[in-house]
Design a protein around this ligand. Structure first.
Ligand code: ZN
Length: 301
């Protein structure tokens, strides 16, 4: 299947930083090794236009990002050192989600091997998230008449505060976030439905909570389009998450999420979001399993 990637656009990080920059290239290689994509199907994500970012982000924030003028407080909240390379990569991460969203419209489901930067809000960039790719893609699809009623299903272990902030006033977008109750962000922006999951929760209870959340959200949102943030950080071996899902539990989560969204009649754009396993190979395994679940559900063109 065709996927979008921006792994060649790297940016400088201090030694031992927790951002897993290596996972993106490893994941692209893994998709080829697993036969999920041939090299030509790994598409380089184009950088999103600044004007497109301005459809959801505050112009002042965008110029501070563009010109390297983030305040000290903003810089700390972001958690990544500013560089022109960081900005270029951030734009390509959004470009990948835009392209995957258009792909999903044609093929039923498609994936960006990046994106899911859900802590970026209208006027703030934080938690490793420069721009909110999902919100930008959602606005672009709407503008092109390619989506009307949208569900954002956020299964990253951290609450989707930025997406909730941007979509708060949008009656046709339903934001659903399932996350560790005791995980970042500690000051939240409420989603349409927030499901706090207790620390240490394993596969069965998590899957039940996800299924019940969808029982609530799907009839209320009736989505024709969905974004699925398939965060790898609810994994038991994650350094930042506090949940305890196994790899097979996460695979079951992906299958459940994709099947329920597709059965409800939504095209689905899948993005990676976070993943901070002590062994980066575990994060790559989890992301590759998500890609395999997507590949199984792509409609023939
Ligand atoms: Zn996360």
């Amino acid at each position: 299947m065709e996927v979008w990637t921006h792994h060649r656009w790297r940016f400088p990080l201090p030694p031992h930083h927790r951002f897993p920059i290596e996972k993106y290239g490893l994941l692209a290689e893994r998709l080829i090794a697993d036969g999920l994509a041939v090299p030509d199907e790994l598409r380089e994500a184009p950088p999103v236009e600044w004007g497109e970012l301005a459809t959801v982000h505050d112009r002042g924030l965008l110029s501070r990002i563009r010109e390297g003028r983030l305040t000290l407080r903003e810089q700390r909240g972001l958690g990544l050192p500013w560089s022109p390379e960081l900005v270029e990569r951030g734009r390509r991460s959004v470009g990948g989600t835009l392209a995957a969203a258009q792909g999903a419209r044609e093929l039923g489901v498609a994936m960006n091997l990046g994106g899911g930067t859900h802590h970026a809000g209208r006027a703030f960039a934080r938690g490793y998230c420069l721009f909110n790719d999902v919100a930008v893609a959602l606005a672009a699809l709407r503008g092109d008449g390619l989506a009307e009623r949208v569900l954002v299903l956020d299964c990253d272990v951290h609450q989707g505060d930025g997406t909730a902030d941007i979509c708060a006033e949008d009656p046709l977008t339903f934001t659903l976030s399932l996350h560790g109750a005791r995980n970042y962000p500690f000051t939240r922006v409420p989603s349409d439905l927030d499901v706090d999951i207790a620390s240490g929760t394993g596969d069965d209870r998590y899957l039940r909570a996800l299924s019940e959340a969808l029982d609530f959200a799907l009839p209320r949102s009736r989505p024709d389009f969905a974004f699925y943030l398939a965060g790898a950080d609810p994994f038991e071996g994650d350094r930042l998450g506090r949940l305890a899902l196994s790899k097979s539990g996460l695979r079951a989560r992906d299958e459940l999420a994709l099947d329920r969204l597709i059965d409800a009649g939504a095209a689905v754009c899948v993005v990676l979001a976070g993943g901070y396993a002590a062994d980066i190979g575990d994060t790559v395994d989890i992301n590759a399993a998500t890609a395999a679940a997507v590949a199984k559900r792509v409609r023939p063109a």
